[in-house]
Design a protein. Structure first.
Length: 314
């Protein structure tokens, strides 16, 4: 008997991508040979975001070295590192006139620094061309290499995001090559290295987690001094990905948001269509009104003991 998935509820309906701004961004990305997580991850908000003139850049190519059960990004052996990509991303940000730019990446576990150097170069190039823009990076865990994290923070992003994605019990199927404690350690280490950078993390619901498990993760994130939290509904991108266990209602999202705010997060985005970078500029305003570029602030703290990899993290 075939597995029956729950029917998608009406509050998850989105408009079909179209319009002048959508086409403008699509053409620009093709001209600059760039990737966006909006396209590669089949984000349901692409029509809304692109019509408003925003997009989330995905650097380090379009092929990921990991195989997360929820993600539509292609998995395999990545191609040659594109050293010109940071400059092209910076040109696209300049042409779009973005006030807040979000940059993420595939995992590149085969690289010595996990791609941290390209993250830093992308921010540095972008600052040169768009000095009034604030920058948010959504980074991988770098396999616990905190020297790589330090490289990214050295480029002075205003927000450093790393998603925990789900509850610890589900990691083996949702994020089989990741470790929950390693993600928490990354967020704690980022705070220690650069107390001035806002930190952020996001989760999906609908994979079989419970409310109690989610609240435990929220507390772990607050204990790790995370400032911004996002929570959204998981949507199965293809039949080959993990099925949706259930759809959480808007009322349940409101309950989660109330609980998270009570824990002391500076800003919480919680709703069926919320994604990590969805309305990111508004998230920044909620967490830190008047946030401005940090390029001229003091540099980050040195790594404790001079080590690159956190002890005890595989």
């Amino acid at each position: 008997m075939a597995l029956r998935h729950p029917e998608r509820p009406p509050w998850l309906k989105v408009r079909f991508p179209a319009g002048g701004n959508y086409e403008r961004i699509r053409v620009l990305m093709r001209e600059q040979e760039l990737n966006t997580v909006c396209e590669e991850a089949r984000c349901p908000n692409i029509g809304d975001c692109w019509s408003r003139g925003t997009a989330t850049f995905m650097i380090l190519g379009d092929t990921c070295t990991r195989s997360c059960g929820f993600c539509a990004v292609k998995t395999g052996r990545p191609g040659t590192l594109d050293r010109e990509e940071p400059r092209r991303v910076a040109l696209a940000i300049q042409r779009l006139g973005l006030r807040h730019a979000v940059i993420t990446s595939v995992n590149r576990d085969e690289l010595a620094d996990g791609g941290a150097g390209i993250f830093a170069e992308t921010i540095e190039w972008s600052r040169r061309l768009s000095p009034d823009t604030t920058f948010e990076v959504l980074i991988p865990d770098f396999k616990g290499d905190w020297a790589a994290l330090r490289t990214v923070l050295g480029a002075r992003p205003e927000i450093l995001n790393h998603n925990t994605e789900t509850v610890p019990r589900l990691y083996s199927v949702v994020r089989p090559q990741a470790r929950y404690e390693r993600s928490l350690e990354l967020l704690r280490t980022a705070r220690e290295l650069d107390p001035g950078t806002l930190t952020k993390s996001g989760l999906m619901v609908g994979l079989g987690e419970t409310s109690a498990e989610l609240l435990t993760v929220f507390r772990d994130l607050r204990d790790s001094a995370v400032d911004i939290l996002t929570v959204g509904q998981y949507l199965q991108p293809t039949p080959g990905h993990l099925p949706v266990a259930r759809y959480w209602t808007p009322e349940e999202f409101e309950e989660l948001k109330t609980a998270a705010i009570g824990m002391g997060f500076k800003h919480v985005e919680c709703g069926p269509l919320v994604r990590s970078s969805y309305h990111a500029e508004e998230q920044v305003a909620g967490a830190h009104p008047g946030l401005s570029p940090r390029a001229d602030e003091p540099r980050i703290m040195p790594l404790a003991g001079g080590h690159g990899r956190s002890p005890g993290i595989p």
